[in-house]
Design a binder for this molecule. Structure first.
Ligand SMILES: Cc1cc2nc3c(=O)[nH]c(=O)nc-3n(C[C@H](O)[C@H](O)[C@H](O)COP(=O)(O)O)c2cc1C
Length: 193
């Protein structure tokens, strides 16, 4: 259990508790197995995400710690990601189907991101932590799992229980304790008429 008391977002308007409380930890419990019921629910939430024309241009690779698949994903992680994400009980590769029947799937990346968003919200609601990563070797993942050119690995998500920050390295502790920031809504909303 982490000693962190509050990583909640300081929101300007009230939002759902699960959105306030979600954050991307880098400190996962390296021993506790995945809560299979919570994982099943997160996967089900992903399944029910909306996609363009219900084309569902996404696939997942779900790898539990201790399996060859988990090790293969860890070995494909870039830089600092490989220092912490291997502790996660599950690593999920979010794959976009960018081409179907020879035609580009225009919304595949968008849809896959929304699938990931649904996954994270359900996971956090059920007590799991998540951390998405873009820093990994796409070719290595494609080769390890035999993905054809129509399928693009987009992100890897670490999923599991929160670890104990007191046992983490100083670098991890510093990152974990860094302030959570966002630019103001005024800077993002181009027009609100
Ligand atoms: C598409 C995507 C790629 C990301 N890639 C990485 C990554 O490679 N390594 C990492 O430590 N965090 C990564 N992150 C996490 C972001 O840095 C993090 O979500 C952001 O700083 C906001 O923090 P929060 O999720 O705690 O609110 C990524 C997040 C997303 C959505």
């Amino acid at each position: 259990m982490s000693t962190l008391t509050d990583r909640r977002a300081a929101t300007d308007s009230p939002i759902l508790d699960v959105l306030t409380e979600r954050w991307s930890t880098r400190i996962f419990d390296a021993n506790t197995p995945i809560d299979e019921d919570a994982l099943a629910s997160a996967l089900e939430a992903a399944r029910w995400a909306p996609t363009a024309a219900n084309t569902q241009p996404w696939r997942l690779i779900v790898a539990r710690r201790g399996t060859d698949a988990h090790a293969a994903i860890v070995s494909a992680l870039a830089g600092f990601n490989s220092a912490w994400a291997g502790d996660a009980a599950v690593l999920v590769v979010f794959v976009a189907e960018t081409v179907r029947d020879g035609k580009p799937m225009t919304w595949a990346l968008y849809d896959t991101g929304q699938v990931a968003a649904h996954f994270t919200v359900q996971a956090h609601a059920d007590g799991l932590s998540t951390h998405q990563m873009g820093g990994f070797d796409r070719d290595a993942i494609a080769a390890a799992f035999g993905l054809s050119a129509e399928f693009t690995p987009v992100t890897v998500m670490a999923v599991g229980s929160l670890g104990d920050i007191r046992e983490a390295s100083p670098e991890l502790q510093a990152r974990e304790n860094a302030p959570r920031e966002r630019r103001s809504l005024e800077e993002s909303v181009l027009l609100s008429a």
